[in-house]
Ligand binder design. Structure first.
Ligand SMILES: [Fe+2]
Ligand SMILES: [Fe+2]
Length: 541
């Protein structure tokens, strides 16, 4: 275990600026913000900037914020270089009179770019408690991507930028790995669950906690990103514009407040494209994920956006346009949920399985990075997800003028009601056992559903007993009474014997007995069950 004094010599803050990062915090054609760090003794700083080749430097005084972390005390500086000319190369330095950075350069956005590209990265987290967290591999990976895609104008992440964001060791590791990159190209981060995660003792992984207000992230980037998120949840949530596009970066806490903000952002936005970045995938590809904190609460806000980028699963998937629990074909009809693979050779540890709500997926299990390039051309965008080496995994073109997505993928419309669990079609398990609505109640072949998930089911001649998610319930033919370990309750209707001699249980009874959620995708004729648990059951032996 390392002491603070020892750490100070390794990646601790010093009098000279480090952690130098560009970001948008204003008009991307006319301003640029630079962030840097020094030790706590340096109490003032500024950026000098000029058009490349110009004689005179201009000065931008920096705002300062104190950042006391688990290993260090430092000052963070944010200088806003304003009054810039569009589509122009600038050079800049940062620091104070005595300690200054070297000279770096950047290019402002065109006034109204007709074509631009950005790079989407997610889950670049890496390393363990032992310092120094090593992000040097990431440096080579991103530089290689930018070499192959030189028109990329900024980087947008979908969270899990670090493996444990409530530790100084991780952030300093990430910044070390981004050297030579983010001094030149704006780096717009979304928070992931690992970015506000901490341990009271990081070295022994003891007493894990989540910083609801993402303390370390907020302290470091308060002045980097627009301070325009919902009250009480700024910095973790912010929005910015680039060209004809509006971006909302969506944090991982306070979904009820964020939803209101998203609705307002989308309703007042005049841009052609509305993009969101939120760490947790809504149309997830894993077998056992849950997004109970994100989707039901933020559904209305999110579904006003064209594309929501996400990560977390470390595997790629792309949804049909989805709105109000229906899957569509045209971009005007819903939101495309775009779930990206890990950008740091950290492939999926979840079992990616085919999902009815996704029209494309790739079970990313090779030790390679994934990333996405978005090319915007007026009313058309091309999203391409790559495996390291620029191997395309998925490419789609969303065209607002023709209201089309290419390649064509038609969302299914079933003739008999399909049963779906966490997005997965029960498939051959339920091939002759459709759900049915009778007198306003959905009836479900409950034994088949729970056996599919992996729970224990006991069948008797006139009853079915299911043990799932810590509860046990018995459903009896011709009875609306459900017998559970914690008492009985009445369902909306009695259990019926239906297709293939199976007992069909009212869906409301299933949900109440096991704490599940059920939605009907009316357009597609799908009855969908979800549970917040990410537990993977297997039959008891
Ligand atoms: Fe992750
Ligand atoms: Fe995550």
């Amino acid at each position: 275990m390392i002491t603070k004094e020892e750490w100070k010599k390794i990646r601790g803050s010093k009098k000279s600026p480090d952690h130098i990062m560009l970001s948008f915090n204003g008009d991307a054609a006319k301003s640029m913000t630079v962030t840097w760090r020094t030790d706590a003794e340096i109490d003032a700083g500024y950026a000098l900037f000029r058009k490349k080749g110009a004689a005179e430097w201009k000065k931008a005084e920096a705002e300062i914020g104190r950042f006391d972390s688990d290993m260090d005390s430092s000052n963070i500086f944010w200088a806003h270089m304003n009054g810039l000319e569009p589509d122009t190369e600038y050079e800049y330095t940062c620091g104070n009179d005595e300690y200054r950075s070297e000279v770096y350069n950047f290019r402002t956005s065109e006034e109204d770019p007709k074509v631009f590209e950005f790079l989407c990265l997610t889950d670049i987290q890496h390393g363990a408690a032992e310092p120094p967290a090593d992000y040097s591999e990431l440096n080579g990976i991103i530089k290689e991507i930018l070499k192959k895609h030189p028109n990329v104008r900024f980087i947008l992440t979908a969270g899990d930028n670090t493996n444990c964001g409530q530790t100084d060791i991780q952030w300093t590791g990430l910044f070390d790995g981004l050297k030579g990159i983010i001094e030149h190209i704006p780096f717009m981060m979304a928070l992931g669950n690992h970015d506000d995660m901490g341990f009271e003792n990081y070295f022994e992984y003891k007493n894990k906690y989540y910083s609801e207000k993402a303390e370390y992230f907020s302290k470091q980037f308060k002045g980097s990103y627009p301070y325009n998120g919902p009250d009480g949840w700024k910095t973790a949530n912010y929005s910015f514009d680039y060209g004809n596009s509006h971006f909302c970066v969506i944090g991982t806490s306070g979904p009820e407040y964020i939803n209101e903000w998203l609705i307002k952002e989308a309703d007042t936005c005049k841009k052609t494209w509305k993009f969101g970045s939120h760490h947790f995938p809504i149309c997830y590809q894993g077998s056992d994920l849950s997004c109970e904190d994100s989707y039901p609460m933020m559904r209305e806000g999110m579904e006003k956006f064209d594309v929501i980028f996400s990560g977390h699963e470390h595997c790629f998937s792309r949804s049909y346009p989805r709105r109000n629990d229906n899957l569509y074909d045209k971009p005007s009809e819903g939101t495309v949920f775009y779930n990206m693979g890990s950008g740091h050779r950290n492939p999926c540890r979840l079992l990616a399985t085919p999902k009815l709500w996704n029209c494309a997926y790739y079970p990313h299990e090779e030790e390679k990075s994934m990333y996405a390039i978005v090319k915007s051309e007026g009313s058309r965008i091309t999203l391409t997800s790559y495996l390291e080496g620029d191997i395309a995994v998925d490419r789609c073109v969303i065209d607002k003028e023709n209201d089309s997505i290419c390649p064509v993928a038609r969302a299914p419309i079933f003739s008999a009601t399909r049963l779906m669990f966490k997005g997965a079609d029960l498939g051959i398990c339920a091939r002759t056992l459709p759900c049915e609505m009778i007198d306003g109640t959905w009836f479900v072949p409950a034994a088949v559903l729970f056996r599919y998930i992996g729970f224990d089911v006991t069948l008797e001649k006139n009853a079915v007993t299911i043990e799932a998610y810590g509860h046990k319930a018995t459903f009896t033919e011709n009875s609306a009474a459900t017998v559970t370990e914690s008492g009985n309750f009445e369902m909306s209707a009695a259990v019926r014997r239906m297709h293939r001699d199976q007992l069909y249980v009212p869906a409301d009874g299933v949900c109440k007995a096991f704490g599940m959620r059920c939605e009907f995708f009316e357009r597609n004729n799908i009855l969908s069950f979800e549970h917040e648990s990410e537990f993977d059951p297997v039959p008891t032996r």
